[in-house]
Design a protein. Structure first.
Length: 683
């Protein structure tokens, strides 16, 4: 736009923000400008100004208060109610919370805390404090720290929003050995607060409600498994509370395995939570780094648990028992503590590579839980998905950093293992960035491919095939037998690493697997991209013997663990090379196995002339013409596609773990259970 003026005069590249709509004030007119008459059809007056009172704003715009009217928002109503109960527990006034979903769809949440105040409110003398809390936005006892040292309810809208969005709601309060009750419908009281009797052994608050179908739709209802999961997570967050779960059988769908009754109490807190979440994962370090600082539930208290494993990282964080799925300042402090602690340990042990690591390298395979308790936290939005309190960064970092330094120095073997693991992540990140930089600088992308790969000449993946073969000898035959236009060959050196019982560090360091991943070009695990796969078909081509079958099983295990989407999308195949060559006169046929050989002998090779039977010791002993004719020519070959049954995917995972994992007793048990099906092998 050089030399051309923009709309407001002057060069567009030099325009400043304050130059734009109001570059200069207009000159005053000699006479006041006449106000144009309004279009009668578009009149706008004071009568058009609406004043929404009470809870009407919530019913008009529920999304402003609970984020929408979908399933997540529906269950947020439960979160608002149980959060109030948790505040009582954390403050030391309640020891149990009862959650019950009945057959009619009503959800009841009860605690044994102090109970909502029922005396007359000093500002609204004709209303009880309970009615004010239930029907007035921004009314509550959590605006300062006199009643609650820490709490999750800050805006005074939570329980009133639940009331506004419920077609029917009942509150019972037991205080000073008296029981009170009040009923509401769509936020409106159906009568005053009533004293319904005396009680000797009861205290606390009961809230029973049913979401309004006018807001959430007629088919909307609570999902038992989700409610139970939310309740259980609260028990993990505060070891001093017991949460009881009840669900009517009528609420469970046919395949729902949610129990109808359960009790959750976890004195181990977040350590127990993380151990349960990762109990099937292979960890980089044996122990979970966990701890607490400060008074449990008090101001400035922090609890955490973190470990590293061969999977995608995550951090589940909470503030005053409120989940913060979008993280925030407390997660930033947690991240800083782990990064700076590992870097400091690297300097202490003279590991110069520690300077390479970043927060992403530390957290990419970390599984973490973090809970902070602070006064008057600031959240982003009423749904409290993200913490914005700046002080939380310092509180979390200070608490975790000191403990992490001690944990690392007390266990040098684990610390060194963890540091090397994170450094591997850093080097992998730098390698990927370098490859991207090279690709960005090159007009035509030149792939860095393994030296032993004999690639095809086709530029597109459609119609191309990669044959993975064992050994250079078989690779030589395959390279001569292939169609260079669309068939590529990658020789591997013997048996590859068994990824089912090897750590992630061994996998990353294995050159053969690195070559294979590089040749495919599609990445692994969460980085897998099917559109980047360089070949339409990936064919495992091994010898037709026991060793060949073992190598094939190792490769299938690798693809199942690292690139399951490649299998699901139908890209993985097994070649079926022959085991025997049968010749009689001018007739030559090939047999896949002993059974096929016997079948050919009985049906094809009849007569008195002798049949020459040759057994191939391996693909490398086959002539290229024979390999092409029997195994690589699409018009003559037989191939098996590897697939994962959706109906039995969990069984497949268990089978792979049992047969290929690091528990030999599981394989021995499998052999014992299936010994009767084995046949004698004449080898």
């Amino acid at each position: 736009m050089s030399g051309k003026s923009d709309l407001f005069g002057g060069n567009a590249a030099e325009a400043r923000e304050d130059d734009l709509p109001f570059q200069s004030a207009p000159k005053p007119a000699s006479k006041p400008a006449a106000v144009p008459a309004m279009n009668p059809d578009g009149e706008y007056s004071a009568a058009d100004i609406e004043v929404l009172e009470g809870l009407e704003p919530v019913r008009r715009r529920p999304g402003m208060y609970i984020g929408g009217t979908d399933e997540r928002a529906l269950h947020h109503l439960f979160a608002e109610v149980i959060d109030n109960c948790m505040d009582e527990a954390v403050a030391g006034h309640a020891t149990w919370i009862d959650v019950s979903l009945d057959a009619e769809g009503y959800l009841t949440v009860t605690d044994n805390g102090r109970g909502i105040p029922v005396d007359a409110h000093p500002k609204f003398k004709d209303k009880s404090a309970l009615e004010v809390i239930m029907t007035t936005l921004h009314a509550g006892g959590k605006f300062d720290s006199k009643v609650y040292e820490t709490s999750g309810g800050l805006h005074g809208v939570g329980i009133s929003v639940v009331n506004a969005l419920s077609e029917d709601l009942i509150v019972e309060v037991a205080r000073a050995r008296k029981l009170y009750r009040q009923r509401f419908q769509r936020g409106l009281p159906q009568g005053p607060l009533e004293h319904v009797g005396d009680t000797q052994n009861r205290r606390g608050t009961l809230v029973r409600f049913k979401p309004d179908h006018e807001i959430f739709g007629r088919g909307a209802k609570f999902k038992p498994s989700r409610l139970m999961s939310m309740a259980r997570s609260k028990a993990y967050l505060f070891g001093g509370v017991e949460i009881r779960w009840h669900c009517a059988p009528e609420q469970l769908e046919e395949k729902d395995t949610t129990p109808t009754e359960a009790v959750f109490h976890f004195p181990g807190g977040l350590r127990d939570f993380l151990a349960e979440k990762l109990h099937k994962e292979r960890r980089v370090v044996d122990d979970i780094f966990a701890g607490t600082t400060g008074k449990s539930g008090g101001h400035g208290a922090v609890e955490w648990a973190v470990t590293w494993y061969a999977g995608d990282g995550f951090v589940n964080s909470y503030c005053n028992t409120i989940p913060t799925p979008e993280g925030g300042t407390h997660e930033a402090g947690f991240r800083y503590a782990l990064l700076r602690g590992l870097k400091a340990y690297g300097e202490l042990t003279n590991n110069k590579k520690a300077a390479l690591i970043t927060g992403d390298d530390v957290m990419t395979s970390a599984g973490g839980m973090l809970a902070v308790f602070i006064r008057e936290p600031e959240f982003v939005g009423q749904t409290k998905d993200k913490l914005a309190t700046n002080e939380a960064t310092r509180i979390a970092e200070t608490a975790v950093r000191d403990a992490f330094d001690h944990w690392l120095t007390a266990s040098p073997n684990q610390a060194n293992k963890l540091l090397e693991w994170v450094i591997d992540r850093a080097e992998e990140r730098l390698r990927r960035r370098q490859e991207k930089d090279v690709a960005r600088k090159t007009a035509v992308r030149k792939l860095r491919l393994p030296g032993k790969l004999a690639d095809c000449s086709a530029n597109q993946a459609d119609g191309t095939e990669l044959f993975i073969v064992e050994g250079d000898s078989a690779g030589g035959s395959a390279k001569q037998a292939r169609n260079r236009a669309n068939q590529a060959v990658l020789p591997l050196r013997g048996k590859i690493l068994n990824v089912a019982n090897a750590g992630r560090d061994k996998l990353v360091a294995n050159q053969q697997l690195a070559d294979l991943i590089q040749a495919l070009g599609c990445g692994t695990r969460s980085q897998y991209r099917d559109e980047d796969l360089r070949y339409e078909k990936v064919v495992i081509m091994t010898d037709a013997d026991v060793d060949g079958a073992h190598i094939a099983s190792l490769l299938i295990t690798f693809f199942y663990r690292e690139m399951p989407a490649m299998i699901r999308n139908g890209h993985l195949f097994l070649a079926v090379p022959p085991l025997y060559r049968l010749s009689q006169g001018g007739k030559t046929l090939y047999a896949r196995d002993d059974a096929h050989k016997d079948e050919l002998m009985a049906t094809v090779f009849k007569g008195k002339s002798k049949v020459e039977i040759g057994r191939f010791k391996g693909l490398g002993e086959m002539l290229p013409s024979q390999l092409k004719e029997t195994t690589m020519d699409p018009s003559k070959r037989t191939m098996l596609r590897v697939a994962i049954s959706e109906m039995a995917e969990e069984d497949t995972s268990d089978t792979v773990e049992r047969l290929m994992g690091n528990k030999p007793e599981a394989r021995f048990r499998f052999i014992q259970d299936n010994a009767e099906f084995a046949e004698d092998l004449d080898i």
